[in-house]
Each structure stands twice: as structure tokens, then as C-alpha cells.
Design a protein around this ligand. Structure first.
Ligand code: ADP
Ligand code: MG
Length: 252
């Protein structure tokens, strides 16, 4: 089943065409890695897919439900607020810079939306929060504040926070690029564990060996288009496009 379907997505900032015409599908239980040079439009694609950025044209469906479509007249139509609220519950987002609330404890960061958006009781929310913090290897950090944690720990808190809402698909935008190299592994490990549990994920990453290991499908983007996409074995082992070849050679 397609959890996410994007058709003919276009997005410009003034005269700069950042997403030129991108279509992609994400099947349930699959991990899609998006790689490509800086400025190729990877973050913009994720921001459009998660409704943080308005698209100029195209279609986005979650779980078969239309989030946005474009009519023959070129008018872009987003779903109603009520429909969108339901669609927002299908996905979670993990950013490069963690984006935790600095004045909230770890537990409060993880449970805030459970209590205030999903209207769960504090007891119920804390139970979910505790289970997730155990899973992230952070059970002793419940009462800590973000500033007391390493970058790797903060990123694991933000993964717990995204998982708390029980999304069907998780998006990651370069989850390890703000981390010191020695902290990268602990974050990649929790993402690998999630992949093993068949969590559907779309991961923008510059960690090629991680993409090779964890992804079912790899998309190489350059200049706002998908230049090449295939299984990791094909993209990395039998690269077809010269731009992809040059990129992989450069980052390895
Ligand atoms: P990537 O994540 O692949 O590095 P981005 O999606 O961040 O690429 O950026 C693609 C291009 O869009 C870049 O040229 C960037 O400067 C431009 N861009 C991104 N966001 C904005 C914005 N809000 N306003 C204007 N230009 C933007
Ligand atoms: Mg980016």
C-alpha cells in the first residue's frame, strides 16, 4: 500500500525553480533514502511533502487521502483544515537541529503533543513516553533538559517525540549532520532498529554507507529533479547516471 504518493510536484522561490517536477511513492514498511548535493532541493521536497511549505503545483496523497491537488486551471487546492489535521497525524518529522523545546524536560518534550494535541491523560502520555525513552536508550534522562544532553541524545529525544504520536511514516532531514562524528552512530543505530521493525521512513542523508545498509530504495536528486532512483545495490553498485557517479565518488 502507498503511504505517500507525490505527483508532479513543483516549487519555486521567486525565480528559483527548486523542485522541478518530482513524483515519488513510498510504500508501507519501506525505507527511502534521498541523497544529493547541497542545494539540490532535498529539504524543500520534505518541507513540501509535510505541508511546511506551500507547493506551486502537483499532488500529494497520504494513505490514499488527498492533501493537495492541482486542477486543470492550475489552481492548487489543499484539503480542509479538518482533513489536514487527520493527514498530519500520519507523519512525524525529525530535523537536523533537533528542534526540542529548551525549557521543557525530556519527558515533557516527548509527551507535550500527546497531552495537548491528542488529549491523552498525563499518566497515559508518560507511560508512552517512558517506553519510548527506554527504546531510545534514554530512560535515565526523563527529567533532564535538552541543554544537559549531548547532540546524539537530543536527536534521540526528538525521534522519541516524533514516534510518540504513532505516525505511519517518519521523515528525517539529515538527522546526523549537526552531530560530532562520534555521536552519529548512536542515532543511526536507533533508525536502523526502526527499519528492522518495518517503520516506514523517508531519510535525507549524506551518510552513504548508512543509506546503502538501511534503505530499500535510494533516490538521487540534483538540481530539483530525481536523476536516478533504484535499489541501493543498483544506485551504489551499478550507478547509471554520470552525475550520480560523480556525487557518490565525491562523498565517499
Ligand atoms: P538541500 O536540502 O538539498 O540542500 P534546499 O531544499 O535546502 O536544498 O534548497 C534548495 C534551493 O532552494 C537552494 O538554492 C536554497 O537556497 C533555496 N531555498 C530553500 N529554501 C528557500 C526559501 N525559503 N527561500 C528562498 N530560497 C530557498
Ligand atoms: Mg537540506
Amino acid at each position: 500500500m502507498k503511504l505517500l504518493e507525490i505527483n508532479n510536484l513543483k516549487k519555486s522561490f521567486d525565480d528559483l525553480e527548486v523542485i522541478k517536477n518530482i513524483s515519488l511513492n513510498v510504500e508501507q514498511g519501506k525505507v527511502v533514502a534521498i541523497i544529493g548535493p547541497s542545494g539540490s532541493g532535498k529539504s524543500t521536497l520534505l518541507r513540501c511533502a509535510t505541508m511546511l511549505e506551500r507547493i506551486d503545483s502537483g499532488e500529494i496523497f497520504y494513505n490514499g487521502e488527498c492533501a493537495v491537488s492541482t486542477g486543470d486551471n492550475g489552481i492548487v487546492k489543499y484539503a480542509s483544515n479538518k482533513e489536514l489535521r487527520n493527514i498530519y497525524s500520519y507523519y512525524g518529522l525529525v530535523f537536523q537541529n533537533f528542534n526540542l523545546f529548551p525549557h521543557f524536560s525530556v519527558m515533557k518534550n516527548v509527551t507535550d503533543a500527546l497531552i495537548h494535541v491528542q488529549k491523552k491523560s498525563k499518566k497515559e502520555a508518560y507511560k508512552i513516553g517512558r517506553e519510548l525513552l527506554v527504546k531510545m536508550g534514554l530512560s535515565d534522562k526523563e527529567d533532564a533538559y535538552p541543554c544537559q544532553l549531548s547532540g546524539g541524545q537530543q536527536q534521540r529525544v526528538s525521534i522519541a517525540r516524533a514516534l510518540a504520536l504513532n505516525p505511519k511514516v517518519l521523515f528525517f532531514d539529515e538527522p546526523t549532520s549537526a552531530l560530532d562524528p562520534e555521536l552519529t552512530g548512536e542515532v543511526l543505530k536507533v533508525i536502523k532498529d526502526l527499519a528492522r521493525e518495518h517503520m516506514t521512513m523517508v531519510i535525507v542523508t549524506h551518510e552513504m554507507s548508512f543509506a546503502k545498509e538501511v534503505a530499500n530504495h535510494v533516490i538521487f536528486m540534483d538540481g530539483g529533479v530525481i536523476v536516478e532512483q533504484d535499489s541501493p545495490e543498483e544506485v551504489f553498485g551499478n550507478t547509471k547516471n554520470e552525475r550520480t557517479k560523480a556525487f557518490i565518488k565525491r562523498v565517499n
